[in-house]
Design a protein around this ligand. Sequence first.
Ligand SMILES: Nc1ncnc2c1ncn2[C@@H]1O[C@H](COP(=O)(O)OP(=O)(O)OP(=O)(O)O)[C@@H](O)[C@H]1O
Ligand SMILES: [Mg+2]
Length: 362
Amino acid sequence: MTETASVNCAQPTPRARFQDQHPGLFYLDPDERDELAAYLKNAGFLSMDEQVQSVTRAGDGNMNCTVRVTTRPRSFIVKQSRPWVAKYPQFDAPWDRALREIEFYQLVTGQPGVADRMPRLLHADRAARLMVIEDLGASKDLSGIYRGATLNLDTVDTLADYLSRLHLDFRGQPARHPLPNREMRALNHAHIFEIPLEANNGLALDDLLPGLGAAADRLRSDLDYVSTVRRLGAEVYLADGDTLVHGDFFPGSFLETPAGPKVIDPEFACFGRSEVDGGMFLAHLLLGAQPPGIAARFLKRYRPPADHDVNVMLQLAGIEVMRRLIGYAQLPLACGLEERRSLLRRSRDLVLHPSLDLILAS
Ligand SMILES: Nc1ncnc2c1ncn2[C@@H]1O[C@H](COP(=O)(O)OP(=O)(O)OP(=O)(O)O)[C@@H](O)[C@H]1O
Ligand SMILES: [Mg+2]
């Protein structure tokens, strides 16, 4: 009886679900080395005599299936999106996100100061929502800042220079290179501007840290705060703009390499507002308890486009701080309840009374 019930209730595996929905398309499975080798040979990416030696998970990503492939002469990264979140197949996610990431890489190819700070796109299979990109090495990302590491000033300069070039060098191009990326922006918009401020959002904050729920409730009942967050979500985050935006410009997207930090994962990229990237970067300096000199260095070095509004960037920084503390996309933070409460107060101040002092004073 029990056995029959469990057989009847069994969910199809993600692989079976994918192949059922998209018959004939390649499904990237880290455990099927020979299958991947045959696919890459058929696609003309691997030569017939190139042997695949290993296929391993490339890192801690949640959204997509991302693997490192080594052959005798080289290694590369293969990344495929699924119509769901790879780590949580019960949650649907826009399948076309890989297409947007591919389009971003194609758009920036050869652009000095941008392309050389990112992996090269080596192969794209739009039908299978799959890309092959340059392997930047198995180095760490910059998430160490949440656990006591301090960014060095050269790293900050390099990231500020990358962002300046990205924001300035593609101006005026949205008509020629449309990248609205509406589906991914809608997903992010919900997770940044809406869900964290909903009372019954299903997230048990006190299970994460006792007392966090009450701190979140205080902010949720602040009507000025909530309405300002909502307005910025609609009027700034979702607005189309002239600036090519990375869309996920935070330490998890920065890989350390011998040539300095490199930027990955532009799946949220779009033509939008520059304040989105700068705000996110500043937020993570606060979440990572970086000395104020780090933010000062970034702000001095970053060259924004002419229509950039510093106050809007600070407001978006405040909102990103909030959503990382009381939303679904939690970070590996070391700090305790008191620091988190203080960061939530800072979020409120940034949103309602934006001022550089809130970022630059320790
Ligand atoms: N080009 C690359 N070179 C080296 N390592 C890489 C490269 N691209 C990705 N990785 C590794 O794989 C991990 C996951 O990659 P990526 O962030 O692109 O995937 P994702 O599924 O979009 O992740 P997330 O769920 O965080 O959005 C990275 O954190 C990094 O460790
Ligand atoms: Mg990603």
